[in-house]
Write a protein that binds this ligand. Sequence first.
Ligand SMILES: Cc1cc2nc3c(=O)[nH]c(=O)nc-3n(C[C@H](O)[C@H](O)[C@H](O)COP(=O)(O)OP(=O)(O)OC[C@H]3O[C@@H](n4cnc5c(N)ncnc54)[C@H](O)[C@@H]3O)c2cc1C
Length: 432
Amino acid sequence: MSQHDVIVVGGGFTGLSAATALAEAGLDVVLLEARERVGGRVESHVLPDGMRVDTGGQFLCEDMPEVMALAKAHGKTLVRAYVDGDVVFQPPMPLEQGHAIYDEVDALRERARNTDLDDPSVTRLTVTEWTNRQDASDEAKHGFLRLIDGLWCRSPDDVSFVYLASSDRRITNTQSELELFLAETMHSLAEDLAAKLGHRVVLNAPVTKVRYSGDGVEVDVGGGHFTARQAIIALPPVMARRLDFQPPLPNQLSRALAAWGSGAVIKVLARYARPFWRDRQLSGTVIWSEPEGLYACDVSRNRDDGALVIFIGGPLALDWHGKEDADIRNFILKKLVSALGEDAGKPLDVSFRDWTDDAWSGGAYSDSIIDVETTDAETTILQGLPSIRFAASELSPSFPGYIEGAIVAGRQAAEDVLHIWRGSRTAASVSK
Ligand SMILES: Cc1cc2nc3c(=O)[nH]c(=O)nc-3n(C[C@H](O)[C@H](O)[C@H](O)COP(=O)(O)OP(=O)(O)OC[C@H]3O[C@@H](n4cnc5c(N)ncnc54)[C@H](O)[C@@H]3O)c2cc1C
């Protein structure tokens, strides 16, 4: 039995940020991570030629203060994503028409954000139902629904409109969220945080059971046990509800965790000898309206190499999940050739990472609320229990679903624990 002040379950950016804040405040904290690595939905892979690439969360932008500050503090090299040149719309359409539709999609997104979410006429709608009621062109409605497929990685037929609008309000960047990435990989930043935590991080430690009372927590990890006064469950809601809580969680909390569903995404990287699309004044960004849920952009690190990242998101990812590698590769290359020309069919290599149904994430980029009957899921989860806090990027007051959100959520959970901690110390000294 190993005894600590606080146990943090999960070594993604939420758990790492929470544990760092608690360790800096002088608490004895242990972080238990199921995988053999930290980072969670931020991970990297070393390609055969030695290049290390992000296979999970990668991008950041100037409007995301915490992750920007962290990257700078750890001496990371910021690479500006190449965006000069034209976007390609697929199936092909004149640029002006494409941009006009996307302006209308943006207006619809703004309308969703500004909707009064207490209005009983919207409280139980899915995103598709809300969209169908809007006065907008069919192209704009279709484009807006595609955006949900691509950004929330779930069918808008499932996603709660109130959740969508409330989480989107917290995504406040004016710069593109794909503005920057790190040459050393975002995953290396997670590793830096873990290195600072040192012996406090325990890998290959999947938590199965959490016994709790008002006084403390005991968690089971394989054959071992850890006890503490407080625990932070730094897992996405879908993963948190898989833990065996003893006693079972109160009904309201259990229902709140059950309201979420995972997203589905396959992230593809196609590398080329050079960024040939730039010769034709193309940015490398491709937006497909058919099939829905497909998007590509330029992630070349310098002018001499060419790299495109392609996201297959939402129902399209579910369609491709489990298919043969060669079939996924052929599908992607065929789509790139139609969009960018014959050179797209001659990559140096194509690699991909399928996050659909991932054993320790449930999916990606993030969980969404899919039970339209639940209106207080986030508040209920954030209230937690006397000895347990729940935290995840999904539950963040800013940038939910992003790395920035994970950092903010983790630090906030640590702040809550410290508040309780300091309160109980004051009470103890008063009673002496
Ligand atoms: C393909 C992809 C692309 C993305 N792109 C971007 C991007 O460009 N920019 C951006 O900002 N965000 C991006 N995201 C989203 C971003 O990565 C996540 O929002 C963020 O990393 C979530 O962090 P978290 O700590 O809240 O959760 P997680 O990263 O999921 O961390 C939870 C951790 O808990 C562990 N765990 C699970 N169950 C247990 C258990 N029982 N016991 C112990 N440990 C457990 C998991 O292994 C994991 O390490 C992307 C995600 C993916 C997958």
